[in-house]
Ligand binder design. Sequence first.
Ligand code: AMP
Ligand code: MG
Length: 399
Amino acid sequence: MISVRDGQNRILDRITAIAPPELVPVVDTLDRVLAEDIQAPFDVPPSDNSAIDGYAVGSGDIPGSGTRDLVVIADLPAGSVFDGALAPGQAIRIMTGAPMPAGADTAYPQEIVEREANRVRIGALDKGANVRRRGEDIANGAVVVQAGVPLRPQEVGVLTSLGFVQALVHSRPRVALLSTGDEVAEPGTVRKPGQIYDSNRFTLRGSIARAGGEVIDLGIVPDRREDLRARLLDAASMADVVVSSGGVSVGIFDLVKEVLEEIGGIEFWQVAMQPGRPLAMGSIGRAHFFGLPGNPVASMLAFMLFVRPAIYKLAGRRRLFPETFHARAEEPMRKKTGRREFKRAILRYAADERTWHVRTTGPQGSGILSSMVVGNCLVILDEDRGDVSPGELVEVEPF
Ligand code: AMP
Ligand code: MG
C-alpha cells in the first residue's frame, strides 16, 4: 500500500516530455498554457494621459489658495495628440485617455471648475492629480505573464493590449479515454437488464477537457481480453495519455491489469485512500496509462488526484495542485487512521463568525455520484488523523 503523496510523486517523476509549444492566434489562447514569458514591448500606458474628462494644466498655474483663471486654447479628444505646448496661463480641455500635452502635468475634473467662454477658473489641487503615468500599468520590458500559466480572459486581454497577435502555448496533451465493462451501456441506446448507463466516460471527458487535455473518446470496451488489448493498443498509438475506468479490482472479469502486463509496463497500486483504492498505473508504448476504478466517485477522485496533475505537467503548467484551505466541521466525521479519506461535502460561509463551515453530503459510498453533484468540495482528512469532532478545522478543496 502506498500513500497518495507517494503515488503522485511516482507519476510526476515519470513525466519528463512536456507537450511541445505551438504558435496560436492570441484570440484562441483562452485556457491554453503559455510556453514562454511574455515581456512588454513598450510602456502601458504609452504616455502620460488624463484619467478624467476635464482640463489639463501646468502645475505652475495651480493657485496655492483662492482661484485662478486660465485661457482654454484647445479641445483634445482621446486618440489625438496636441502638437504644441501649453504656456503659463493656459489650459486645454482634455478627454479621458488623451495624452497630456507638453507643459501640462495635472488634470482638473470638469465637475470642480467653472467654465465661461474661453476661460476656466480653477482652485487648489495636488500636482499630478488625475494623470495616469506612462508605464504605471506595465513597464517596458517587464514580464507580465509567466510561462506555465494557463491564460484567463484577463491574460488574453493583456496580450492584445501589448499588440501581440500570436502567442507560444503548449499543445494540448492528447488523452484517449475508454470505459470497460459488459454492464456499461452507451447513453442513447436501449439499456438491457442488468446494464447501467456510462457515467465515468462523461465525468472524465469533462475533467480532461477542464485540465487542458484533448479528449479522444474510444467508447466502451466489453470485458473480453482480445477487445481490451486491441483497444488499449489503439489508444496508446494515438495519445499521450490513456485513461480507462473499471476492471481494476479483483473480480474475474477485471482484466485491465492482466492485459497491461502483456502489452505494457504496469504498476498496480493499492493506494491508502478512501474512496478509490485500486489503481493501475503504467505505460503502453510511449503513452502514460491510468486504469481508474469503476465506481463513479472513485474514478473522478482518482482523476483529480493522479491524472489531473499529470495532464497539467504534460501541458506545461507550473502549478500542479489546487489551493486548499480550512473550514470548521459542522458535524462529526468518521475517519480511519492509516489512509487518506476524501469526503464529499458542502461549504458554507458563516458571516457572523467569519469562517467557512463544512458538512458532508450524506452517504459516502464510492458509487454515489450524486454526492459530487450536491457537494461543492472535498474534505481531505490526512493519514494520521482519526475521527473528526464538530467544531474542528478540516482541510477542504472546493470543486
Ligand atoms: P469494476 O471495477 O469494473 O468492477 O467496476 C466497479 C463498479 O463501477 C461496478 O458497479 C461498475 O458497474 C461500475 N462502473 C464501471 N464502469 C462504469 C462506468 N463507465 N460508468 C458507471 N459505472 C461504472
Ligand atoms: Mg468492470
